[in-house]
Design a protein around this ligand. Structure first.
Ligand SMILES: [Zn+2]
Length: 260
């Protein structure tokens, strides 16, 4: 990877699995926890360097996340895949669109197709409703691409049978909703200092790493530090799970900021 781009600042906007924590109506002890670290919006991160700001995924909590992070402008949204917990907030780019014009989105062509279906009015070219936002489409293949001066390398994986992209930004990599990766994709992560990877719960799951699989993956990649995300209430209380983790592995939590 190239270029000295300065410091990357990462803000975890959400660290929860698809329903978020707490789950509506649940009386599970983790859902009732008063520890703010046990409250998790749907997964997303804000990546900032110099004057640039990009968001990975744009789930149903996007509006709340942008308000909470006091984010006044974004340079684009990069999608991992098309599941609802990763895309449903796309309509809420409107305040950014009104101020900035078309918002850049980056995604695999299959994800773009799904977005066009769900948000047809955003992608319409003619007779557009006046308040509808517009996007500038960037179709991603499994090949490196640029965000301004920064090289980004997609890392291909499978979420059950669905193709999903993780992304490497120099010494930082963000992977979510992974269940399996080919060796040649894992090799792309060689030398990362900070790795974010999904760890749903203790029990196995057909489309997500559980804690054990995530820890095995981390020991293969061998970053300096790793953060777990896309967490279910079934993983347990934040404080208790953290105590069981290796020294260089942490549970991410909403609002956590790190610099690399
Ligand atoms: Zn998900």
């Amino acid at each position: 990877m190239s270029k000295n781009y300065g410091i990357l600042k990462i803000t975890f906007l959400g660290t929860g699995t698809s329903q978020g924590i707490p789950i509506i109506g649940s009386d599970h002890p983790v859902c009732l926890s008063e520890n703010p670290k046990d409250k998790r919006l749907r997964v997303s991160v804000l990546i900032e360097w110099e004057d640039y700001a990009y968001v990975i995924d744009c789930g149903p909590d996007f509006r709340q996340q942008m308000l909470r992070a006091n984010c006044k402008r974004i340079d684009g949204i990069i999608f991992t895949h098309e599941h609802s917990d990763h895309v449903l907030g796309l309509d809420d780019i409107r305040p950014f669109y009104f101020r900035q014009g078309d918002i850049s989105i980056f995604a695999h062509k299959r994800v773009l197709k799904s977005l066009k279906k769900r948000f047809d009015y955003i992608f319409k070219k003619e007779n557009k409703y006046p308040g509808a936002p517009s996007v500038h489409i960037n179709r991603l293949k499994n090949a490196s691409f640029k965000l301004k001066d920064l090289d980004v390398l997609p890392v291909n994986g499978l979420h059950d049978k669905l193709q999903v992209f993780g992304y490497r930004f120099n010494h930082f990599a963000y992977l979510t909703d992974m269940k399996s990766l080919k060796n040649k994709e894992v090799k792309k992560l060689k030398g990362v200092k900070v790795l974010v990877i999904n760890a749903l719960r203790l029990e196995p799951h057909r489309s997500h790493f559980n804690l054990k699989e995530a820890l095995e993956f981390i020991s293969v990649v061998n970053p300096e530090r790793a953060y777990l995300t896309h967490i279910s209430h079934l993983l347990g209380f934040h404080e208790e799970v953290e105590k069981t983790l290796p020294e260089n592995v942490f549970l991410a939590y909403d609002n956590l900021q790190i610099t690399i």
